[in-house]
Design a protein around this ligand. Structure first.
Ligand code: PDD
Length: 285
């Protein structure tokens, strides 16, 4: 079955899904995206993702292409047409298409597309054994809290990490880890305290981060929302990352340092377990 894609109000076969060459997302990276995971037919943390989508669009002055409830319907219809049970639903809105000009005209009509990507989220080698992350200087602009499609920094950092034998990469600035190239970075100290950087313009406010921190609070685990250095991460008792598409994933190597004994630790295991438990209570498609 050919994948069905949503393009500006219509569901079409992938081969027929078209966006103009003059689209500002294509020419300037002038657009916003969002990714929601689907696990066993449950749409995880979707309210958080849609709220961030609306906020990101507002931050760069692109109008919402549809009311939130209509966007929800698009997600559901797409999932149904593509028989999605596990994977992600991607949304993207660009400022629109017109003659190439840095300054966009007022009142452009945004282009809105959405598609599904099937992906096994649970029981993967990454989930079971943990992953190795490289460390690299954060090459991105100053408004990383906005989820723009301008992802070249992340693309190149991940490519270099893969070429060096790592699974992914954590980025740093002024000696402190900002976040993963497409995830939020966490460590657990030898005292058992979970540490992650507070939200600011330096990082994307992760929806999975927010959901995990709610679980941390519910469980009464120790939390310190404070940035940590590369050396602190490498010397931590545990490390993990979160994102819609990777849930809670253990990190067992950071650059040339093995994290503790190189195996996912108990706090990470507990958070993996209770996050999935929570996900299974999220709305069904
Ligand atoms: N990325 N930080 C960055 C830079 C990200 O790109 C992402 C997500 C996150 C985690 O956010 P969330 O928990 O809301 O998914 C943090 C998505 C998955 C992507 O680009 O595919």
């Amino acid at each position: 079955m050919e994948r069905q894609i949503y393009v500006n109000g219509a569901f079409v076969a992938e081969a027929d899904a078209k966006i103009p060459v003059m689209d500002r997302g294509f020419l300037f990276g002038d657009g916003i995206y969002e990714v929601t995971a689907v696990l066993e037919g449950h749409l995880i943390d979707n309210d958080l993702h849609l709220a961030r989508f609306e906020r990101s669009l507002g931050e760069i002055g692109i109008p919402m292409p549809l009311p939130l409830d209509e966007i929800r319907k698009v997600q559901r219809e797409l999932a149904k047409r593509n028989a999605m049970t596990d994977g992600t639903i991607y949304l993207q809105v660009t400022r629109g298409a017109e003659e190439r000009n840095f300054v966009a005209s007022e009142g452009l009509k945004p282009n809105f597309i959405a598609f599904t990507q099937p992906k096994k989220l649970l029981g993967t080698a990454a989930q079971e054994n943990g992953i190795k992350v490289a460390v690299a200087a954060d090459p991105r602009w100053e408004r990383r809290d906005v989820k723009t499609v301008m992802l070249l920094g992340q693309v190149l950092a991940k490519k270099a990490a893969k070429a060096a034998g790592f699974d992914d990469v954590w980025l740093f600035q002024d000696g402190y880890i900002t976040e993963g190239a497409s995830s939020t970075a966490f460590i657990v100290t030898h005292e058992g305290t979970i540490r992650t950087r507070p939200n600011s313009h330096a990082i994307l406010p992760g929806c999975t981060r927010r959901a995990v921190l709610a679980l941390v609070e519910r469980e009464g685990l120790a939390l310190d929302e404070r940035a940590f250095t590369v050396a602190e991460a490498q010397g931590a008792a545990e490390a993990f990352l979160t994102s819609a598409s990777s849930l809670v994933t253990p990190v067992v190597r950071i650059g040339d340092h093995t994290v503790d004994d190189g195996r996912p630790g108990p706090v990470t295991r507990k958070l993996q377990e209770i996050y999935v438990e929570m996900a299974r209570t999220c709305e069904t498609l």
